[in-house]
Design a protein around this ligand. Structure first.
Ligand code: BEZ
Length: 208
């Protein structure tokens, strides 16, 4: 069965480009952006790996560790990283899992036989410091992910945890947020002393 939101991210031990890792130990108290891609030395994947490396400071600022995966070997990954660095003008430092025997790809349901029997699709798992899966996304092989969206959902999840709010469609950092219907107006007065706009009793927007 596929993994669901709120499940504990399954642990695994595996070789990566920065050495063998025990996933839970490696994650420690950080959030994790765990993303798979179909294969080394392919064009879309090269741009995605490069973009993740370019955004290193953005991930660090959010206490997020990126972890890549494809069903290739460490040796292949290391050769490919040189190409990624060269073509994307970056310096890729985060680990890439070498999942040649599909052990982790199967565990996380990253192989979708309708796309490929042997390569992982573009799965994303955002995992919190308690090792809970907080967000999943699955993209086909032909579509590169939007990394602005990857950072946006991390911002939204972290703000929701911190302030007990929800975020509206297309929300981005600094925009108004939603007071969840489970919070009464009395409670909201304590939590959001600057008040809110009430468009409907169930739709209250505030600044945090
Ligand atoms: C790519 O990364 O460009 C790619 C990989 C596998 C299938 C299609 C595209």
């Amino acid at each position: 069965m596929s993994l669901r939101l709120g499940d504990t991210a399954p642990n695994f031990k595996i070789a990566t480009t920065t050495g063998e890792i025990d996933f839970h130990e490696w994650a420690g108290d950080s959030w994790v952006f765990f993303f798979s891609h179909p294969a080394d030395f392919t064009p879309v994947c090269t741009t995605e790996m490069g973009r993740t490396a370019q955004l290193d400071a953005e991930f660090t600022a959010r206490n997020v560790k990126p972890l890549g995966l494809s069903t290739d070997t460490v040796e292949e990954h290391l050769k490919w990283i040189k190409d990624v660095d060269d073509t994307q003008n970056t310096s890729l430092k985060f680990p890439i899992v070498a999942d040649k025997d599909h052990k982790v790809a199967q565990l996380y349901s990253m192989i979708h036989p309708g796309e490929s029997e042997t390569a992982a699709v573009r799965s994303v798992f955002i995992i919190d410091p308690d090792k809970k899966i907080r967000l999943t996304m699955t993209y086909p092989m032909s579509v590169g992910r939007n990394f602005t969206e990857m950072l946006r959902v991390i911002d939204a999840l972290q703000l929701s945890d911190e302030k007990g709010i929800a975020t509206p469609a297309d929300w981005k950092k600094g925009d108004k947020v939603i007071i969840p219907p489970s919070v009464s107006n009395d409670k909201a007065k304590d939590l959001f002393p600057n008040g809110w706009d009430e468009l409907r009793p169930y739709l209250r927007l505030t600044k945090v």
